[in-house]
Design a protein around this ligand. Structure first.
Ligand code: GLN
Length: 234
C-alpha cells in the first residue's frame, strides 16, 4: 500500500462539532493506523484558509448561527469545492451535511449553501430527535445505518441525486430517505458519532482514498454496540 499519509481535515471544529462528531476523525485515524496506513489529521478553524490537499474532509453538526457563519466562510474560501473537484472525499453530518446543498434554513431565513450537491434544506414542522436507522443504498455495500438525529431541517434531494439510505426508523431527510451519496461525498443526519456506530462507512471513505478494499478488522465492540442499538428499535 502507498506510504503517503492519508490527510484528514476536520473543518471548522470551532463552529461545527456537536454531539461528539469529532469522533468521526478519531475513528478514521484509528482504522487507517490499525491497517498500517499513515495518517495526518488536522483541524482547521474558521479564521484559517482551508488546505486543498486533504484526502477526506469532515464536517460536523452545529446550531443555526455557527452553521450560517460556516457557510459564509466556506463559500468565500472556495477550497472545499476545489478539493472535491480534485477527488477528495467528504463526510458531512447534520449542519455540515445541509451546507453541501444549494440552500439551507437557519436563524429565521434561507441561506446559500456550497452548491456541491443538488439538494436544499428547509425547516420541518417538528424537530427530528431520536434514534435513526436505515438501509444503505445497495451499491455502497454497507450494512444498516444506526445513530441518532437532532435537527429541525428537512432535506430535499434534486432529481437523480441518490440518498445514502432509506429510513427504517426516525426521520432523516424527510421520513423516507436519509442522507446523500454523490461521488465521493457522503452526507448524513447521523450523530453517535456516525463512524463509531457505522465503521463500514469509515472503511468506505478510506477505500476511496486508498483505491482498494481494506482488510477487515476485529470489530467485536462496534458490532456489540450496533447490535444493541438496532435491536432496541425492533
Ligand atoms: N441547525 C440545523 C438544523 O436544526 C442542524 C442541526 C444540527 O447540526 N444538529 O436542522
Amino acid at each position: 500500500m502507498s506510504t503517503e499519509a492519508i490527510r484528514l481535515v476536520w473543518v471548522y471544529p470551532d463552529l461545527l462539532s456537536t454531539y461528539g462528531d469529532r469522533g468521526n476523525l478519531l475513528i478514521l485515524e484509528q482504522r487507517a493506523r490499525r491497517r498500517g496506513l499513515a495518517v495526518e489529521a488536522m483541524g482547521v478553524n474558521y479564521d484559517q484558509a482551508l488546505p486543498e490537499s486533504g484526502d477526506i474532509y469532515l464536517l460536523g453538526g452545529g446550531e443555526d448561527r455557527p452553521q450560517v457563519l460556516a457557510a459564509e466562510r466556506l463559500r468565500a474560501d472556495g477550497g472545499l469545492g476545489r478539493a472535491v473537484a480534485r477527488g477528495a472525499a467528504v463526510f458531512a453530518v447534520c449542519a455540515g451535511y445541509q451546507l453541501l446543498g444549494n440552500s439551507f434554513y437557519g436563524n429565521g431565513e434561507q441561506y446559500a449553501g456550497l452548491e456541491l450537491v443538488d439538494m436544499r434544506s428547509d425547516r420541518g414542522e417538528t424537530r427530528a430527535v431520536g434514534e435513526l436507522s436505515g438501509e444503505v443504498t445497495p451499491e455502497l455495500g454497507v450494512p444498516a445505518l444506526t445513530g441518532f438525529e437532532n435537527h429541525g431541517g428537512r432535506t430535499h434531494l434534486g432529481p437523480g441525486v441518490r440518498p445514502l439510505a432509506t429510513v427504517t426508523h426516525g426521520i432523516g431527510n424527510d421520513g423516507a430517505t436519509e442522507g446523500v451519496w454523490s461521488g465521493r461525498m457522503l452526507g448524513t443526519y447521523l450523530h453517535g458519532p456516525a463512524l463509531a456506530r457505522n465503521p463500514a462507512l469509515a472503511d468506505l471513505l478510506l477505500s476511496w482514498i486508498v483505491g482498494a478494499a481494506l482488510p477487515p478488522l476485529a470489530d467485536e465492540w462496534p458490532s456489540k454496540l450496533r447490535g444493541e442499538r438496532l435491536a432496541a428499535l425492533r
